[in-house]
Unconditional design. Structure first.
Length: 106
């Protein structure tokens, strides 16, 4: 199951020993709903290797503001030990493409 990121916890999770992938989404966003099962599946596959989670853009404002998120869904990719995104992706994405981006973090 994907980790739930919030304004209260995201700074505590980024920059630790595991790479981090954050899916910034909203309930009203069709492409967000389309990639949700892919994010959930990969969160299970990479459990213990990469922290993969979701951030509801309607529930907070700090994370999108800090990282300049302008569209949804946006995926932010952080290498282990780094608090700056190594990559970002906005829009829909396939399982294969997202898996390749995650593998590049390892």
């Amino acid at each position: 199951m994907a980790f739930i990121f919030t304004d209260d916890n995201y700074k505590n999770e980024i920059g630790k020993e595991l790479p981090v992938v954050i899916d910034i989404w909203a309930e009203w966003c069709g492409p967000c709903k389309a990639i949700a099962p892919v994010v959930e599946q990969l969160a299970g596959e990479y459990d213990g290797k990469v922290l993969i989670g979701k951030y509801d853009a309607d529930e907070g404002i700090d994370l999108p503001g800090e990282f300049g998120v302008r569209g949804l869904p946006t995926l932010l990719f952080f290498r282990a030990g780094s608090s700056e995104p190594a990559e970002r992706h906005t829009g829909s994405i396939t399982y294969e493409a997202l898996k390749a981006k995650i593998d590049a973090l390892l």
